[in-house]
Structures are given as structure tokens and as C-alpha cells.
Design a protein around this ligand. Structure first.
Ligand SMILES: O=P(O)(O)OC[C@H]1O[C@H](OP(=O)(O)OP(=O)(O)O)[C@H](O)[C@@H]1O
Ligand SMILES: Nc1ncnc2[nH]cnc12
Length: 179
């Protein structure tokens, strides 16, 4: 079996100047197409939702649209937890809470259904990339507005030249790879 480091090195590629000049886009599609690598990554992300003995300790796993969905849904199944989608504005059909934020390349608003959690639910947030941290920060605000408890956040890739980790100081944050 390849190491996780090797899987990540093989599966994440740089696309310069996408979606705009000066941004180096981290493309995870090669990783997703690698069946065994994808499985290793899901297992590694799911570890953020377990205790020291490997037992699951979360009730819900949140995935952030769109790339976060791809990773969070299998993590939820691996942990025996429910999956909750946090979506871009205008996509969820029932009553929502919404939060706006800035990204490396623009602005966005995300929403969650107001009844997505049972108060006190322990929630693990999963996303692909942590850049400025705006997306995850907004997502944590949504979860807390629902009176659920943030158990932690796990991302595939953290961009250390951007202030994501600093912005999430005090939060439980794990990343499989930091560049
Ligand atoms: O830390 P931040 O600066 O907030 O950036 C990270 C976010 O940016 C990307 O999402 P994007 O909105 O581009 O959407 P996508 O998943 O739909 O491609 C990525 O999937 C993260 O959610
Ligand atoms: N450089 C980047 N590559 C991929 N996803 C991102 N989300 C925010 N910044 C990103």
C-alpha cells in the first residue's frame, strides 16, 4: 500500500491561473479517480471523528458544497454518522440559516437547513481545501446557530501561505497535507 503522503502527492495537481490570474488551483480530481487512494483519504479524514481507541464520536458530518460533499459523504458512512449538506445560497428547499464570506477568488453565501441538527449534536466538518478559512469559519457559524456542537474540522489540503489556520485559532483543525 502507498503511504498517504504518496497518495496525496500523486493525486493533487496544480493548475496555474485558475479560476483567475495569480491563483494556483489545487485540483483533486486525479485523487478522486484513484480508487485505493480515495479510500485511504476517506479513512484518514474519518479519524478526526474518532476517539483515541478509534471509536466514532460524532453524530453528524457536514460537507460544504461542492467538493466537500465528495469527501464528507463517505466519511459520514465510515463513522456511522448522518450527513448534512451545507450548500451555496438558493439550493436548499426548507427554512435555512445563511452566512456570507470572502474566498481567495470571490465571495459566497452558504446555507444550512435550520432543522439539520438535533441541538447538542456533535459535528465534524469536512472540506477539500482550507485557504483563507472564510468558508469553514462561516460553516462553523451556521452549525452553532443550529445549537449543535462543533467537534472538529478536517481538510485534505491546507494552504499555509493563506491565513486559514490563524483565522480558525481555538478550533480543532486537522489537515492531511499542508503546502
Ligand atoms: O478557505 P477558503 O478561502 O474559504 O476557501 C476554501 C473553499 O474554496 C473552495 O470552494 P469553492 O467555493 O471554490 O467551491 P466548489 O467546492 O464548489 O468548487 C474549497 O472547496 C473550499 O470550500
Ligand atoms: N487555490 C485553491 N485551490 C483549490 N481550491 C481552493 N479554494 C480556495 N483556494 C483554492
Amino acid at each position: 500500500m502507498r503511504s498517504l503522503e504518496q497518495v496525496l502527492a500523486d493525486g493533487i495537481r496544480d493548475i496555474p491561473d485558475y479560476p483567475q490570474q495569480g491563483v494556483v488551483f489545487k485540483d483533486i480530481t486525479p485523487l478522486l479517480a484513484d480508487h485505493t487512494g480515495f479510500a485511504q483519504v476517506v479513512e484518514a479524514l474519518a479519524a478526526a471523528g474518532t476517539d483515541d481507541d478509534g471509536n466514532p464520536v460524532v453524530d453528524k458530518v457536514v460537507g460544504i458544497e461542492a467538493r466537500g460533499f465528495i469527501l464528507a459523504a463517505p466519511v459520514a458512512l465510515a463513522l456511522g454518522a448522518g450527513f448534512v449538506p451545507v450548500r451555496k445560497k438558493g439550493k436548499l428547499p426548507a427554512a435555512t440559516y445563511e452566512e456570507s464570506y470572502a474566498l481567495e477568488y470571490g465571495e459566497a453565501t452558504i446555507e444550512v437547513h435550520q432543522d439539520a441538527f438535533t441541538p447538542g449534536d456533535r459535528v465534524l466538518v469536512i472540506d477539500d481545501v482550507l485557504a483563507t478559512g472564510g468558508t469553514v469559519e462561516a460553516c462553523l457559524r451556521l452549525i452553532r446557530r443550529c445549537e449543535a456542537e462543533v467537534a472538529g474540522t478536517a481538510v485534505l489540503l491546507e494552504l499555509s501561505f493563506l491565513p486559514g489556520r490563524k483565522r480558525l485559532e481555538g478550533e480543532q483543525l486537522s489537515s492531511l497535507l499542508t503546502v
